[in-house]
Design a protein around this ligand. Structure first.
Ligand code: AMP
Length: 283
């Protein structure tokens, strides 16, 4: 496994692989890797000849009061995990490598980025789409792997790829959870033991919605009321949003049908956590 921090070097490797008809699978991450990230790496390994993983904590997607400086960084450990997964290249650019002084171009996906997390985190998704567009240009992958954990991000990246004719196939992989249901996240490291227990309320609320939907309830309002009730039973947890939306447009839907996305975001102490499920089409 090679660790490379230069964009031109990664692009040269990618172009050589392309000439040799090798399929490149790419997994963009911010590091502090866990089993969720590793599931994407394994999917990439299974579907590609060459696997490239980027580790870059992207300052553009953090708000001024968010956790950019304290975001967990564990490069050595991450690289050991990736080597064990037989990753071919790890791309670890500096902030200056990705955003040279004077860079002032943004990629903005309009409309959809104002919904869910985009509503509570203004400019977050513009930071995500800008860095992912740049990484796609640098890495030139055939396939790129994203987690359903960040459902809004996956929908936005898919739209960006369509809108801007990126020649890459997006593969969205299922959420990997802890045994008690908590969705794995690098930010779970911020939680103390009490908060760690409280955090499971997100999954419990989603499961309540799932159970009611399984029993035939399709009214989003009723499903959301029940889900919110579960969150309210854990007063230390502050709800940001609980919504049922179309999984592609992220627009709220009054009735669950066609694979509706049930998405929740909440603060446990200072830590903002997100989670979601997709309700199967009742038809
Ligand atoms: P991050 O390092 O948080 O930017 O995440 C990098 C990628 O891993 C994103 O596509 C995430 O959606 C994905 N990811 C994060 N947590 C999980 C999880 N629990 N299960 C599956 N994928 C995940």
């Amino acid at each position: 496994m090679q660790i490379i921090s230069s964009s031109t070097e990664i692009t040269a490797i990618s172009q050589k692989a392309c000439s040799a008809q090798q399929r490149i699978g790419f997994v963009p991450t911010m590091g502090a890797l866990h089993a969720g990230h590793i599931s994407l790496v394994r999917a990439a390994r299974a579907q590609s000849d060459i696997v490239m993983v980027s580790i870059f904590v992207n300052p553009l997607q953090f708000g001024p009061k968010e956790d950019f400086s304290k975001y967990p960084r564990a490069l050595e450990r991450d690289c050991a995990l990736l080597a064990a997964e037989k990753v071919d290249y790890v791309f670890t650019p500096s902030v200056e490598e990705i955003y040279p002084q004077g860079a002032s171009t943004w990629v903005t996906v309009e409309g959809i980025t104002d919904r869910l997390d985009g509503r509570s985190r203004p400019d977050h998704f513009r930071g995500v789409s800008t860095v992912v567009a740049k990484l796609f240009h640098i890495v030139q992958p055939d396939l790129a792997f994203f987690g359903q954990k960040d459902a809004a991000q996956a929908a936005i990246i898919q739209k960006m790829v369509r809108d801007l004719n990126f020649d890459v196939r997006i593969v969205v992989c299922p959420i990997v959870r802890e045994p008690d249901g908590l969705a794995m996240s690098s930010r779970n490291a911020y939680l103390d033991a009490t908060q760690r227990k409280q955090a499971t309320v997100l999954y419990r609320a989603l499961m309540r919605v799932q159970t009611l939907a399984d029993q035939g309830e399709r009214d989003s309002g009723k499903l959301l009321a029940e889900g919110k009730q579960v969150i309210a039973e854990e007063p230390a947890v502050r709800l940001d949003y609980f919504e049922i939306v179309d999984r592609n447009t992220l627009e709220p839907v009054a009735e669950t049908s066609g694979g509706a996305l049930v998405a929740v975001a909440a603060y446990v102490g200072e830590t903002r956590l997100i989670d979601n499920i997709v309700l199967p089409d009742p038809e």
